[in-house]
Design a protein. Structure first.
Length: 74
């Protein structure tokens, strides 16, 4: 997160209208928080039900899926 947080904040500042920048930051942080909560809950369930290895394999699968979707977008 340290590598991208400043970049994402700059992107929000560059695209949001000046009068709505606070709202844009708030919505971005809300979405990021919900995503982290869901990811943590899924990881916890996988760890409890199937063990540590499955949790890491699922993380690798999600990363690979994200890469495929990113490459298809362009």
């Amino acid at each position: 997160m340290a590598a991208t947080q400043g970049l994402l904040a700059a992107m929000i500042a560059g695209t949001a209208p000046a009068e709505l920048r606070g709202t844009a930051y708030g919505l971005f942080n809300l979405a990021a928080g919900i995503a982290m909560l869901l990811a943590s809950a899924i990881a916890g369930v996988l760890w409890d039900q199937f063990g540590a290895a499955t949790t890491f394999y699922a993380g690798a699968l999600f990363a690979a899926l994200s890469l495929v979707l990113l490459l298809r977008r362009e």
